[in-house]
Design a protein around this ligand. Structure first.
Ligand SMILES: [Zn+2]
Length: 408
């Protein structure tokens, strides 16, 4: 197939409309549009003020006007925006993707007829490439964000999730590495200079990058979903990872999954935390199974790996979980389904420009990140199935089976 870039296809997001920072956003949008127009039309030759400046026939007022135009075009106006542009292709042959992730999953992608598209976002010194896979018949299902290109298990699991549940995925291309040009893609969500300054891990404000990713949720009703892989343990217990159920802090609280029948391997090594959860677990129902296969989706059949400290659902709220009834119920339901949950309470000082924090800070809806250890594909797949069962999202095969047209 022929690649067709569609600069206009990337529409502005409705998601943003509920945000409290609308004035700031509007400001960067103006810059975004101005820079985009500049990029697309090589406005340097067409804008009189700039043209005058370049030809050396400027007077002081013209010079001032030209400087102001340049300031807007290049985002020096004070809000930190640098301007950005984005292109997104139509469906391409997945064999054309320069991606080890796509190559590794090519037979499944082709077998399911998934649409492969490529998106590019230009912002400051960054030229980002996103690989997008979508279910052609059921594009409205769950949509997964994969910020880290070195987390291959997460990518493989996401492909299967798109095949099983519809929807799609977006994977940031960092050449197989975690970081891209020294920037962690999951510390790159911000709207302004002021917001970016809160995050040591972000090198420059990235409103265009943030918007381009979250635009994929416009017209979708489900939560923002992310998949990550981590390393075993954490430094405090001799491990190599940084996220673990065993690593709590002032703002991070661990809520271990319930011990399930025939699941003696699920650990509850810290009885105080298990006790803290007991009342929540007993007050909720089980998740119920919507799976159509003999997999452990939503069942009480155990996988001891679900209880591993590195396998967890990460959620973020702006209040303590005890003061957030909706999220509290959700966490209890996830625990009842055998899933570990880590809750971060976002406050005025710990925003880190991650997708999870950004979604919570701007109140963009529900967010779940499935963290699993590198290589543990089976467990991460089960976590996807159990999370989606808790959220009431059915597999495509279950949807077909429940169709009244197919019942006798
Ligand atoms: Zn990651």
């Amino acid at each position: 197939m022929r690649r067709i870039d569609q600069p206009g296809r990337q529409q502005r997001s409705n998601v943003i409309d509920i945000d409290r920072d609308r004035p700031a956003l509007s400001a960067w949008r103006i810059v975004y549009e101005a820079r985009r127009a500049f990029t697309l039309s090589t406005a340097a030759r067409e804008t009189p003020a700039i043209g005058t400046l370049l030809k050396g026939r400027f007077r002081p007022l013209h010079c001032l006007a030209a400087i102001l135009v340049l300031a807007v075009l290049f985002g020096c106006a004070g809000d930190g925006s640098r301007g950005s542009s984005t292109t997104i292709s139509d469906c391409l042959e997945p064999t054309r993707a320069n991606s080890a992730d796509i190559r590794r999953n090519l037979s499944r992608i082709q077998g399911a007829g998934l649409c492969y598209r490529q998106q590019q976002v230009y912002e400051g010194r960054f030229r980002w490439t996103f690989h997008i896979l979508e279910h052609q018949q059921h594009p409205q299902g769950p949509f997964w964000i994969l910020p880290h290109d070195n987390e291959d298990t997460a990518f493989d699991v996401a492909v299967q999730a798109v095949i099983d549940y519809g929807g799609g995925l977006l994977a940031v291309d960092s050449g197989g590495q975690r970081n891209f040009l020294g920037q962690d893609p999951n510390r790159n969500f911000s709207r302004s200079q002021a917001e970016s300054r809160r995050c040591p891990g972000q090198r420059a404000p990235a409103p265009g990058y943030s918007q381009a990713i979250l635009d994929h949720y416009q017209d979708r009703h489900g939560p923002v979903l992310a998949l990550h892989n981590n390393h075993n343990g954490w430094s405090g217990n001799g491990g190599a990872g940084s996220i673990s159920m065993a690593r709590e802090s002032v703002s991070l609280r661990a809520y271990p999954g319930a011990r399930l029948n025939s699941n003696p391997g699920v650990q509850a090594s810290r009885s105080n935390i298990s006790g803290r959860n007991a009342s929540r677990i007993s007050s909720t129902g089980t998740s119920g199974s919507t799976g159509s296969s003999n997999s452990s989706s939503g069942s009480t059949k155990g996988n001891s790996r679900l209880g591993d400290e590195d396998n967890l659902i990460f959620v973020v709220g702006t209040a303590p979980l005890s003061a957030d009834p909706a999220l509290k119920r959700r966490v209890a339901a996830l625990n009842a389904a055998g899933l570990n949950v880590m809750h971060k309470q976002l406050n005025s000082t710990n925003f880190d420009c991650s997708l999870s924090d950004y979604v919570a800070r701007h109140r963009l809806g529900e967010y779940y990140n499935i963290e699993a250890e590198h290589g543990d594909r089976q467990t991460q797949q089960q976590m996807v199935e159990r999370l989606l069962a808790v959220l009431g999202i059915e597999r495509l095969s279950a949807q077909r089976r429940s169709s009244p047209f197919l019942q006798h």
